[in-house]
Write a protein that binds this ligand. Sequence first.
Ligand SMILES: C[S@@+](CC[C@H](N)C(=O)[O-])C[C@H]1O[C@@H](n2cnc3c(N)ncnc32)[C@H](O)[C@@H]1O
Length: 281
Amino acid sequence: MTTMESPSPTDTAPAATLLTRTVYLAYGVTAYVAFLVVFLWAIAFVENASIVIGGVDIVPRTIDRGGPSTGVVAAVVVDLGLLTLFAAQHSVMARDGFKRRWTRIVPQPIERSTYVLAATACLAALLWWWHPITTTVWDVSTSALRWVLVAASLFGWVLVLTSTFLINHFDLFGLRQVVANARRRPLPPYRFITPLWYGIVRHPIYLGFVIAFWVAPTMTAGHLLFACATTGYVFIGIHLEERDLIRDFGNDYVEYRRRVPMLVPGLRARRASGPAHARVA
Ligand SMILES: C[S@@+](CC[C@H](N)C(=O)[O-])C[C@H]1O[C@@H](n2cnc3c(N)ncnc32)[C@H](O)[C@@H]1O
Protein backbone atom coordinates (compact mmCIF):
# COMPACT_ATOMS: atom_id res chain seq x y z
CA MET A 1 0.00 0.00 0.00
CA THR A 2 1.34 3.44 -0.90
CA THR A 3 0.06 6.74 0.40
CA MET A 4 0.06 10.28 -0.90
CA GLU A 5 -0.75 13.40 1.08
CA SER A 6 -4.14 14.85 0.16
CA PRO A 7 -4.67 18.57 0.57
CA SER A 8 -6.42 19.07 3.87
CA PRO A 9 -9.77 20.76 3.38
CA THR A 10 -9.18 22.86 6.47
CA ASP A 11 -5.77 24.05 5.15
CA THR A 12 -7.46 26.07 2.45
CA ALA A 13 -10.24 27.39 4.65
CA PRO A 14 -8.75 28.13 8.05
CA ALA A 15 -11.33 30.80 8.82
CA ALA A 16 -14.34 28.88 7.58
CA THR A 17 -17.27 29.56 9.85
CA LEU A 18 -19.55 26.91 11.26
CA LEU A 19 -22.22 28.12 8.83
CA THR A 20 -19.90 27.74 5.82
CA ARG A 21 -18.86 24.26 6.89
CA THR A 22 -22.50 23.28 7.42
CA VAL A 23 -23.46 24.60 3.98
CA TYR A 24 -20.59 22.62 2.41
CA LEU A 25 -21.72 19.51 4.26
CA ALA A 26 -25.32 19.96 3.06
CA TYR A 27 -24.04 20.52 -0.49
CA GLY A 28 -21.93 17.34 -0.35
CA VAL A 29 -24.79 15.25 1.04
CA THR A 30 -27.17 16.65 -1.63
CA ALA A 31 -24.69 15.81 -4.39
CA TYR A 32 -24.29 12.27 -3.02
CA VAL A 33 -28.07 11.64 -2.73
CA ALA A 34 -28.61 13.03 -6.26
CA PHE A 35 -25.90 10.71 -7.52
CA LEU A 36 -27.47 7.68 -5.77
CA VAL A 37 -30.91 8.36 -7.28
CA VAL A 38 -29.55 8.85 -10.81
CA PHE A 39 -27.25 5.82 -10.46
CA LEU A 40 -30.25 3.60 -9.56
CA TRP A 41 -32.10 5.08 -12.53
CA ALA A 42 -29.08 4.23 -14.74
CA ILE A 43 -29.30 0.58 -13.66
CA ALA A 44 -33.03 0.49 -14.48
CA PHE A 45 -32.32 2.31 -17.79
CA VAL A 46 -29.70 -0.19 -18.98
CA GLU A 47 -31.68 -3.21 -17.73
CA ASN A 48 -34.90 -1.93 -19.38
CA ALA A 49 -36.63 -2.34 -16.03
CA SER A 50 -40.20 -1.32 -15.28
CA ILE A 51 -40.77 -0.36 -11.65
CA VAL A 52 -44.47 0.19 -11.06
CA ILE A 53 -45.45 2.01 -7.86
CA GLY A 54 -49.12 2.82 -7.31
CA GLY A 55 -49.91 1.95 -10.93
CA VAL A 56 -47.23 4.34 -12.27
CA ASP A 57 -44.01 3.15 -13.94
CA ILE A 58 -41.32 5.27 -12.29
CA VAL A 59 -38.87 4.39 -15.08
CA PRO A 60 -40.60 6.05 -18.03
CA ARG A 61 -37.52 6.01 -20.26
CA THR A 62 -34.96 3.26 -20.76
CA ILE A 63 -32.32 2.44 -23.32
CA ASP A 64 -34.97 0.82 -25.57
CA ARG A 65 -38.21 2.37 -24.41
CA GLY A 66 -40.05 5.65 -24.04
CA GLY A 67 -37.53 8.21 -25.37
CA PRO A 68 -38.20 10.69 -28.17
CA SER A 69 -38.77 8.92 -31.49
CA THR A 70 -36.89 10.32 -34.50
CA GLY A 71 -35.08 8.91 -37.51
CA VAL A 72 -32.07 6.67 -36.94
CA VAL A 73 -29.51 9.27 -38.06
CA ALA A 74 -30.90 11.92 -35.68
CA ALA A 75 -30.98 9.35 -32.87
CA VAL A 76 -27.33 8.37 -33.45
CA VAL A 77 -26.23 12.03 -33.53
CA VAL A 78 -28.10 12.90 -30.31
CA ASP A 79 -26.98 9.75 -28.48
CA LEU A 80 -23.33 10.17 -29.45
CA GLY A 81 -23.55 13.83 -28.39
CA LEU A 82 -24.90 12.84 -24.95
CA LEU A 83 -22.23 10.15 -24.52
CA THR A 84 -19.49 12.61 -25.56
CA LEU A 85 -20.75 15.19 -23.05
CA PHE A 86 -20.63 12.57 -20.28
CA ALA A 87 -17.14 11.34 -21.26
CA ALA A 88 -15.75 14.88 -21.65
CA GLN A 89 -17.01 15.95 -18.23
CA HIS A 90 -15.43 12.89 -16.61
CA SER A 91 -12.11 13.14 -18.43
CA VAL A 92 -11.60 16.88 -18.00
CA MET A 93 -12.85 17.38 -14.43
CA ALA A 94 -10.95 14.36 -13.05
CA ARG A 95 -7.53 15.65 -14.16
CA ASP A 96 -5.21 17.32 -11.64
CA GLY A 97 -4.42 20.29 -13.90
CA PHE A 98 -8.12 21.12 -14.16
CA LYS A 99 -8.61 20.64 -10.40
CA ARG A 100 -5.76 23.07 -9.64
CA ARG A 101 -7.38 25.82 -11.75
CA TRP A 102 -10.93 24.88 -10.72
CA THR A 103 -10.19 25.14 -6.98
CA ARG A 104 -9.34 28.83 -7.44
CA ILE A 105 -13.10 29.23 -7.95
CA VAL A 106 -14.64 26.24 -6.12
CA PRO A 107 -13.55 25.76 -2.49
CA GLN A 108 -11.33 22.70 -1.98
CA PRO A 109 -13.69 20.85 0.44
CA ILE A 110 -16.50 20.76 -2.14
CA GLU A 111 -14.38 20.20 -5.26
CA ARG A 112 -15.19 16.48 -5.39
CA SER A 113 -18.89 17.02 -4.60
CA THR A 114 -19.04 19.53 -7.46
CA TYR A 115 -17.49 16.94 -9.76
CA VAL A 116 -20.08 14.40 -8.57
CA LEU A 117 -22.92 16.88 -9.14
CA ALA A 118 -21.68 17.69 -12.68
CA ALA A 119 -21.29 13.97 -13.48
CA THR A 120 -24.78 13.29 -12.13
CA ALA A 121 -26.26 16.10 -14.26
CA CYS A 122 -24.55 14.75 -17.41
CA LEU A 123 -25.75 11.22 -16.63
CA ALA A 124 -29.33 12.40 -15.98
CA ALA A 125 -29.28 14.32 -19.30
CA LEU A 126 -28.12 11.16 -21.08
CA LEU A 127 -30.84 9.03 -19.47
CA TRP A 128 -33.57 11.58 -20.16
CA TRP A 129 -32.72 12.61 -23.73
CA TRP A 130 -31.49 9.21 -24.97
CA HIS A 131 -33.15 8.29 -28.30
CA PRO A 132 -33.83 4.53 -28.49
CA ILE A 133 -32.94 2.71 -31.71
CA THR A 134 -34.92 -0.50 -31.41
CA THR A 135 -33.65 -2.59 -34.34
CA THR A 136 -32.85 -6.00 -32.82
CA VAL A 137 -29.23 -7.14 -33.05
CA TRP A 138 -29.70 -10.31 -31.02
CA ASP A 139 -32.53 -11.73 -28.95
CA VAL A 140 -32.10 -14.80 -26.77
CA SER A 141 -35.34 -16.74 -26.79
CA THR A 142 -34.61 -19.44 -24.16
CA SER A 143 -36.14 -18.22 -20.93
CA ALA A 144 -33.52 -19.85 -18.64
CA LEU A 145 -30.67 -18.34 -20.66
CA ARG A 146 -32.34 -14.93 -20.57
CA TRP A 147 -32.33 -15.08 -16.75
CA VAL A 148 -28.69 -16.14 -16.69
CA LEU A 149 -27.81 -13.12 -18.83
CA VAL A 150 -29.86 -10.75 -16.65
CA ALA A 151 -28.12 -12.17 -13.54
CA ALA A 152 -24.70 -11.74 -15.19
CA SER A 153 -25.53 -8.16 -16.11
CA LEU A 154 -26.67 -7.43 -12.54
CA PHE A 155 -23.43 -8.99 -11.31
CA GLY A 156 -21.66 -6.26 -13.31
CA TRP A 157 -23.46 -3.60 -11.24
CA VAL A 158 -22.58 -5.45 -8.01
CA LEU A 159 -18.94 -5.45 -9.12
CA VAL A 160 -19.10 -1.70 -9.70
CA LEU A 161 -20.64 -0.95 -6.31
CA THR A 162 -18.49 -3.32 -4.24
CA SER A 163 -15.34 -2.03 -5.93
CA THR A 164 -16.15 1.56 -4.97
CA PHE A 165 -16.31 0.42 -1.34
CA LEU A 166 -13.02 -1.47 -1.71
CA ILE A 167 -11.05 1.64 -2.72
CA ASN A 168 -13.12 4.20 -0.80
CA HIS A 169 -16.73 4.82 -1.74
CA PHE A 170 -17.16 7.95 0.38
CA ASP A 171 -13.98 9.54 -0.95
CA LEU A 172 -14.95 8.88 -4.58
CA PHE A 173 -18.30 10.60 -4.07
CA GLY A 174 -17.01 13.57 -2.06
CA LEU A 175 -18.65 12.77 1.30
CA ARG A 176 -15.44 12.09 3.20
CA GLN A 177 -14.11 15.50 2.15
CA VAL A 178 -17.13 17.50 3.37
CA VAL A 179 -17.40 15.48 6.60
CA ALA A 180 -13.68 15.98 7.38
CA ASN A 181 -14.10 19.69 6.70
CA ALA A 182 -17.20 19.92 8.91
CA ARG A 183 -15.26 18.27 11.74
CA ARG A 184 -12.18 20.44 11.03
CA ARG A 185 -10.12 17.29 10.59
CA PRO A 186 -7.41 16.85 7.94
CA LEU A 187 -8.18 14.26 5.27
CA PRO A 188 -6.29 10.99 5.76
CA PRO A 189 -3.72 10.44 2.98
CA TYR A 190 -4.88 9.14 -0.39
CA ARG A 191 -3.87 5.47 -0.55
CA PHE A 192 -3.06 3.11 -3.40
CA ILE A 193 -4.49 -0.28 -2.39
CA THR A 194 -5.25 -3.56 -4.13
CA PRO A 195 -7.89 -5.43 -2.11
CA LEU A 196 -10.01 -8.33 -3.42
CA TRP A 197 -11.11 -7.56 -7.03
CA TYR A 198 -8.12 -5.20 -7.38
CA GLY A 199 -5.84 -8.24 -7.02
CA ILE A 200 -7.58 -9.86 -10.02
CA VAL A 201 -7.93 -6.91 -12.41
CA ARG A 202 -6.70 -3.34 -12.15
CA HIS A 203 -10.08 -1.79 -13.07
CA PRO A 204 -12.96 -3.77 -11.55
CA ILE A 205 -15.32 -0.76 -11.61
CA TYR A 206 -14.84 -0.38 -15.37
CA LEU A 207 -15.04 -4.17 -15.85
CA GLY A 208 -18.38 -4.12 -13.99
CA PHE A 209 -19.71 -1.45 -16.36
CA VAL A 210 -18.52 -3.37 -19.43
CA ILE A 211 -20.28 -6.54 -18.19
CA ALA A 212 -23.48 -4.64 -17.30
CA PHE A 213 -23.58 -2.90 -20.68
CA TRP A 214 -22.71 -5.85 -22.96
CA VAL A 215 -24.48 -8.79 -21.33
CA ALA A 216 -28.10 -8.40 -22.43
CA PRO A 217 -30.72 -10.98 -23.43
CA THR A 218 -32.00 -8.57 -26.07
CA MET A 219 -29.49 -6.31 -27.78
CA THR A 220 -30.84 -3.45 -29.87
CA ALA A 221 -28.88 -1.16 -32.18
CA GLY A 222 -29.22 1.69 -29.65
CA HIS A 223 -27.98 -0.49 -26.78
CA LEU A 224 -25.08 -1.67 -28.96
CA LEU A 225 -24.16 1.95 -29.74
CA PHE A 226 -24.20 2.67 -26.00
CA ALA A 227 -22.05 -0.41 -25.19
CA CYS A 228 -19.49 0.33 -27.94
CA ALA A 229 -19.14 4.03 -27.07
CA THR A 230 -18.87 3.47 -23.31
CA THR A 231 -16.33 0.67 -23.79
CA GLY A 232 -14.24 2.96 -26.01
CA TYR A 233 -14.43 5.58 -23.28
CA VAL A 234 -13.37 3.02 -20.64
CA PHE A 235 -10.10 2.48 -22.54
CA ILE A 236 -9.47 6.22 -22.83
CA GLY A 237 -10.35 6.64 -19.13
CA ILE A 238 -7.93 3.86 -18.16
CA HIS A 239 -5.13 5.45 -20.17
CA LEU A 240 -5.63 8.83 -18.46
CA GLU A 241 -6.17 7.36 -14.99
CA GLU A 242 -3.09 5.11 -15.15
CA ARG A 243 -0.95 8.05 -16.26
CA ASP A 244 -2.02 9.89 -13.07
CA LEU A 245 -1.57 6.79 -10.89
CA ILE A 246 1.95 6.22 -12.21
CA ARG A 247 2.80 9.86 -11.58
CA ASP A 248 1.41 9.64 -8.01
CA PHE A 249 2.63 6.17 -7.01
CA GLY A 250 5.57 5.58 -9.36
CA ASN A 251 7.13 2.15 -9.44
CA ASP A 252 4.51 0.66 -7.10
CA TYR A 253 1.87 1.20 -9.78
CA VAL A 254 4.22 0.16 -12.63
CA GLU A 255 4.90 -3.10 -10.77
CA TYR A 256 1.15 -3.57 -10.13
CA ARG A 257 0.50 -3.03 -13.84
CA ARG A 258 3.07 -5.69 -14.68
CA ARG A 259 1.51 -8.19 -12.27
CA VAL A 260 -2.26 -7.66 -12.63
CA PRO A 261 -4.22 -7.59 -15.91
CA MET A 262 -6.19 -4.51 -16.89
CA LEU A 263 -9.73 -5.83 -17.35
CA VAL A 264 -9.79 -9.54 -18.19
CA PRO A 265 -9.02 -11.85 -15.24
CA GLY A 266 -6.18 -14.25 -16.00
CA LEU A 267 -5.12 -12.43 -19.14
CA ARG A 268 -1.38 -11.86 -19.21
CA ALA A 269 -0.58 -8.50 -17.67
CA ARG A 270 1.61 -5.93 -19.42
CA ARG A 271 5.31 -6.82 -19.69
CA ALA A 272 7.81 -4.68 -17.77
CA SER A 273 8.90 -2.85 -20.93
CA GLY A 274 5.72 -0.87 -21.54
CA PRO A 275 5.42 2.43 -23.38
CA ALA A 276 7.63 5.31 -22.29
CA HIS A 277 5.03 6.93 -20.00
CA ALA A 278 4.79 3.67 -18.02
CA ARG A 279 8.43 3.75 -16.96
CA VAL A 280 9.32 5.75 -13.91
CA ALA A 281 12.86 6.83 -13.20
C1 LIG B 1 -13.94 5.84 -10.90
S1 LIG B 1 -12.63 5.22 -9.95
C2 LIG B 1 -12.14 3.86 -10.98
C3 LIG B 1 -11.11 3.00 -10.33
C4 LIG B 1 -10.60 1.86 -11.21
N1 LIG B 1 -10.19 2.35 -12.49
C5 LIG B 1 -11.62 0.78 -11.38
O1 LIG B 1 -12.12 0.60 -12.49
O2 LIG B 1 -11.90 0.07 -10.39
C6 LIG B 1 -11.35 6.38 -10.27
C7 LIG B 1 -10.49 6.70 -9.05
O3 LIG B 1 -10.00 5.52 -8.49
C8 LIG B 1 -8.64 5.73 -8.09
N2 LIG B 1 -7.98 4.42 -8.10
C9 LIG B 1 -7.83 3.57 -9.13
N3 LIG B 1 -7.20 2.44 -8.74
C10 LIG B 1 -6.95 2.59 -7.41
C11 LIG B 1 -6.33 1.77 -6.41
N4 LIG B 1 -5.84 0.56 -6.71
N5 LIG B 1 -6.26 2.25 -5.15
C12 LIG B 1 -6.75 3.46 -4.83
N6 LIG B 1 -7.35 4.28 -5.73
C13 LIG B 1 -7.45 3.86 -6.99
C14 LIG B 1 -8.09 6.68 -9.14
O4 LIG B 1 -7.00 7.40 -8.66
C15 LIG B 1 -9.29 7.56 -9.40
O5 LIG B 1 -9.29 8.66 -8.52
